[in-house]
Design a protein around this ligand. Structure first.
Ligand code: FES
Length: 200
C-alpha cells in the first residue's frame, strides 16, 4: 500500500465530474456563465473565492470552484421562490435541522440563503458525490414527477432537490445540499468560504 496521502477534495470532484458526464450531459436548462476562478495557489490553500455576480441574470446560474468543489450561485426569480412553499411538505428536512452538513444560521430559512434571490450551494449530491443536473423548469419531464416545480436531479441514483437544495423525501440522498460559508462584499460581489464564523 502507498503511504501517499489521499486528497479527498480532488477525489470528490472527479467522482462528480464523471457522474455528470455519464448521465447528465444532455441537459442544459440555463446559460452557463463563465466565472472567476481562484489562482492555483489560492485553490491549493483552500482560500476564499471572490465572485462578481453582476452579470448573472434572473433564472441564471454560474458555478465557481472552492476547495475543489463546484459551488453554484443562482439568481432566483420570484416565480422560483414561490415554488418553495409548495415543496415544503415534500422535502425531508424543510428547516435544515440535520447536522451532517450543518446549514449556517443565516441560511436556516425557507430559501436557505442570505438574500432570497441569491442561492449559493455546493453542487455535490449528499448521497455518493455526483453533481446534480439543473432541472430548473417546472412541469412534466423524464425522471421527474408531473407536478415538478423546478430544482435539481441527481442522475446517478435519482435523488431530487428543490430550488433551495432541499432533498425530497424517500430519496437515496440523506441530506440537503451543503451551503458553504459565504458573505456579500457588496450587492454584486460575493466571497465564498468566509463568513462571520470563518474568517481567512
Ligand atoms: S450520488 Fe446522487 S443520488 Fe446517488
Amino acid at each position: 500500500m502507498s503511504d501517499t496521502p489521499v486528497d479527498t477534495s480532488k477525489r470528490t470532484w472527479l467522482i462528480a465530474s464523471t457522474c455528470a458526464g455519464a448521465a447528465g450531459a444532455a441537459f442544459t436548462a440555463v446559460p452557463f456563465v463563465s466565472s472567476f476562478q481562484p489562482s492555483e495557489r489560492a485553490r491549493a490553500a483552500g482560500a476564499p473565492v471572490e465572485v462578481d455576480i453582476s452579470a448573472v441574470k434572473p433564472g441564471e446560474k454560474i458555478t465557481v470552484e472552492w476547495r475543489g468543489k463546484p459551488v453554484w450561485i443562482i439568481r432566483r426569480t420570484p416565480e422560483m421562490l414561490a415554488t418553495l412553499k409548495q415543496t415544503d411538505p415534500l422535502v425531508a428536512d424543510p428547516n435544515s435541522e440535520r447536522k451532517a452538513y450543518p446549514t449556517p444560521d443565516y441560511a436556516k430559512n425557507e430559501g436557505r440563503s442570505r438574500k432570497p434571490d441569491i442561492f449559493v450551494a455546493v453542487g455535490i449530491c449528499t448521497h455518493l458525490g455526483c453533481s446534480p443536473t439543473d432541472k430548473l423548469q417546472p412541469g412534466p419531464q423524464p425522471s421527474l414527477p408531473d407536478d415538478w416545480q423546478g430544482g435539481f436531479l441527481c442522475p446517478c441514483h435519482g435523488s431530487t432537490f428543490d430550488l433551495a437544495g432541499r432533498v425530497f423525501k424517500n430519496k437515496p440522498a440523506p441530506d440537503n445540499l451543503e451551503i458553504p460559508p459565504y458573505e456579500f462584499l457588496s450587492d454584486t460581489r460575493l466571497i465564498i468560504g468566509q463568513d462571520e464564523k470563518n474568517k481567512a
